[in-house]
Write a protein that binds this ligand. Structure first.
Ligand code: PMP
Length: 442
């Protein structure tokens, strides 16, 4: 090659390089994140933050004491790496616990894996189980990260909505009034479907799927050979004597289900970021491949403390002293309190059967926050931003939990988190009451 043609070749390839995007194409359209945006708004403007889902009350003493013991207790090896797929005491006790819940024998080394929160557990599930061209069914409204995670794995999300059926007797709506249309659900399953994501109790509605609803999903999974990624991070937060039913315990489902959980939600310690996956080895072996090539180890001391928390809970299982019995009892009171407060000012709440979230209808407050016609921003985003800036109260717009195509059908609701101290809930009530008075007197 002559010098001239060499330099021509070089500049041609440089040009081609410069015109290609710096980011991977699979990130296209998934750069926005509701939490990044609203956490910043809440930090800047809120006096009362009922936005992001975390408790503002302390984690239980037995748990924080276990952490302190692990930190200073003389076992210096707890400051080093532990087993990559989960600290042995934690996977052992999780296996024992889930044996009880699922009524089947579990191997701690192959049926349980510890992750950095439920987020990483979900990421492992999608990366390990979803291939290019696969479809994944997501039930709307949904915890927002499912959609970008499916896309990052090369899959295509297929959405099916929970449809609201308002009660006719003037009663408050319940999360149970939001239901799947069985024919519509069935129509989403095809030979391309690889998995369905189930989140019961559901964030944001608080819906706890009934045995009948789970049976329908299970039947379709078995019929079409589809996997189930079952996000059960709120499994202990169920109210009014309702029962959380694990889809993995239904006929034909164990072999095709991965259960995702989180100590953050279970023990009110979201900052510890200890999560897990429980499931059959035929699925978990592939999650381990993703984990060992990305995160590999999770924080040892946090796992040790969570293991001790579970040992305590195993001993007290079902007893009144159990944290898993006490926490939902306390949260149910908080739910009732916020329901009353919102109902009292006309921001109609949808009473949740589970989780620590509550969705409320903002229709009666719309006159205070003008809509902007032809705006790209859904109305509830505008409303939630206005509310935090002008009233100091932070909440999350419901349409953030919908796909782009369906966002505009659900712009009259916002989500509140009620895992808060009484004083915080009272401060929220004060803001709402004052706002209502200003509305009626103007
Ligand atoms: N799944 C759902 C339904 C959630 O609400 C959350 C947290 N808000 C997560 C997963 C992530 O949990 P973690 O903090 O343990 O990563």
């Amino acid at each position: 090659l002559t010098d001239m043609s060499k330099s021509f070749k070089l500049s041609f390839s440089l040009q081609a390089k410069m015109s290609r995007p710096v980011q991977a194409r699979r990130l296209e359209g998934i750069d926005k994140n509701i939490w990044v945006e609203f956490v910043k708004l809440a930090a800047t403007y809120s006096k009362v933050n009922l936005g992001q889902g975390f408790p503002d009350f302390p984690a239980p003493d037995f748990l924080t004491e276990a952490f302190t013991r692990a930190l200073g207790g003389g076992n210096h090896m707890l400051h080093q790496y532990t087993r990559a797929f989960g600290h042995p005491p934690l996977v052992k006790v999780l296996a024992q616990f889930f044996e009880k819940l699922l009524g089947r024998d579990l191997d701690p080394m192959t049926n349980v894996m510890v992750t950095v929160g439920a987020y990483q557990a979900l990421f492992c599930c999608f990366q390990a189980l979803v291939d290019e061209g696969d479809e994944v069914i997501i039930i709307e409204p949904f915890f927002d990260c499912y959609e970008p995670m499916v896309k990052m794995a090369g899959g295509t999300p297929v959405f099916v909505p929970l449809r609201p059926n308002p009660p006719k007797d003037g009663k408050l709506m319940s999360s149970a009034d939001w239901q799947l249309d069985p024919a519509e659900l069935a129509s989403k399953f095809s030979e391309r479907t690889k998995a369905i994501v189930l989140n019961s109790p559901n964030n944001p509605l608080g819906k706890v799927f009934s045995r009948g609803e789970l049976g329908l999903i299970a039947e379709l999974c078995v019929k079409h050979d589809v996997l189930c990624i079952s996000d059960e991070v709120y499994e202990w937060l169920v109210y009014d004597g309702k029962q959380h039913i694990r889809i993995a315990s239904l006929q034909g489902m164990w072999d095709r289900t991965v259960i995702v959980g989180s100590a953050g939600k279970t023990f009110s310690a979201t900052g510890w970021k200890v999560g897990w996956v429980v499931g059959p080895n035929r699925l978990l072996q592939h999650l381990r491949t993703v984990h060992q090539n990305s995160v590999y180890h999770c924080a040892t001391i946090a796992q040790e403390a969570v293991a001790q928390g579970f040992q305590r809970e195993l001993m007290l299982y079902g007893k009144p002293e159990s944290y898993f019995v006490q926490l939902p009892r306390e949260l149910q009171q908080k739910r009732d309190w916020l329901v009353q407060s919102l109902d009292g000012v006309g921001m109609k709440p949808i009473v949740p059967e589970g989780t620590y979230f509550l969705v409320a209808d903002i229709s009666q407050f719309k006159s205070d926050v003008p809509d902007v016609p032809n705006s790209d921003e859904p109305y509830d985003y505008r409303f939630a931003k206005w509310m935090v800036k002008n009233k100091g109260l932070a909440a999350i717009p419901l349409s953030a939990f919908y796909s782009e195509a369906h966002k505009n059908n659900y712009t009259n609701f916002i989500r509140f988190c009620f895992a808060k101290e009484e004083a915080t809930l009272k401060a929220a009530n004060d803001i709402l009451q004052k706002w209502k008075q200003e509305k009626t007197s103007s």
